[in-house]
Design a protein around this ligand. Structure first.
Ligand code: ZN
Length: 252
């Protein structure tokens, strides 16, 4: 039986509220057996804890997503720190990071929250789940100030050179369902070049399949298949290696 880990999903999302059990069963039937739920902000942290208590194969990261940093006040950092401290169920800090698309919060705000979460990762000795959109070089600049940091660049969309820069800084590269939909030359070059030991597989469910479709963790298998084709390797090897990478990073 295959063993897969969805290294980035949002099972706490309202879109899964009515049928999470079925969603998890479909994933299990495909061999996707463990799930890292990335936090986006304080309003969702209690729901993450609720589902984690129901399903032991769900693991939580807690963090403040750059899109939502304006909804937070400094007091939320203390709350976040408590969630990440010793004895908690947290496996990582995130998702946090920088996003340079139009209509996002001001960059100075985003930077403040990202830097605060880098410090919390250091304090609590946890890996980071990083959201980086059109911001790879800025993120790299920040990570260089934290040589102790480790983690994953989720839903990676940068260049091959940037991927190698992240790997040299101790980070893994998260590859998601975009690969099933838009298999670009850039993506192909990236995925044939990178060592499998530097890749995590993810769905970003319910996101990741465009606006109208609800993505779910069972689709992780399709990401493994698409990568297998590109790399000329069998998908079982890909799934097994990338899952081992996730187990090591998040200490599952
Ligand atoms: Zn996400």
């Amino acid at each position: 039986m295959a063993f897969g880990i969805d290294s980035h999903c949002h099972l706490d999302h309202i879109k899964f509220k009515h049928d999470l059990a079925e969603v998890l069963t479909r994933a299990n039937q495909q061999g996707v057996q463990q799930f890292i739920v990335a936090g986006v902000g304080f309003q969702q942290w209690p729901e993450q804890q609720r589902i984690k208590d129901l399903y032991p194969n769900i693991f939580n990261a807690y963090g403040i997503h750059p899109w939502f940093c304006n909804l937070h006040q400094e007091a939320h950092l203390e709350q976040l720190d408590a969630l990440l401290s010793d004895g908690s169920d947290a496996v990582a800090v995130g998702e946090c990071g920088l996003d340079l698309m139009p209509h996002r919060p001001d960059m100075d705000k985003q930077l403040w929250w990202f830097q605060a979460q880098l410090a919390l990762a250091k304090k609590n000795d946890l890996p980071l789940i990083i959201h980086s959109v059109k911001a790879s070089d800025m993120v790299i600049q920040q990570l260089k100030k934290h040589p102790e940091s480790r983690g994953v660049i989720h839903g990676f969309s940068g260049s091959l050179q940037q991927a190698h820069n992240f790997i040299n800084l101790g980070f893994l590269i998260g590859i998601g369902t975009r690969l099933i939909q838009t298999n670009t030359a850039k993506m192909q070059a990236l995925l044939t070049d990178l060592p499998l030991t530097s890749i995590l597989l993810e769905t970003d469910a319910p996101d990741g399949l465009g606006k109208d479709a609800r993505n779910e963790p069972a689709n992780l298998i399709q990401v493994a298949h698409a990568m297998a084709k590109l790399r000329n390797q069998d998908s079982a090897t890909i799934l097994a290696t990338c899952s081992k990478n996730a187990q090591e990073l998040f200490q599952l």
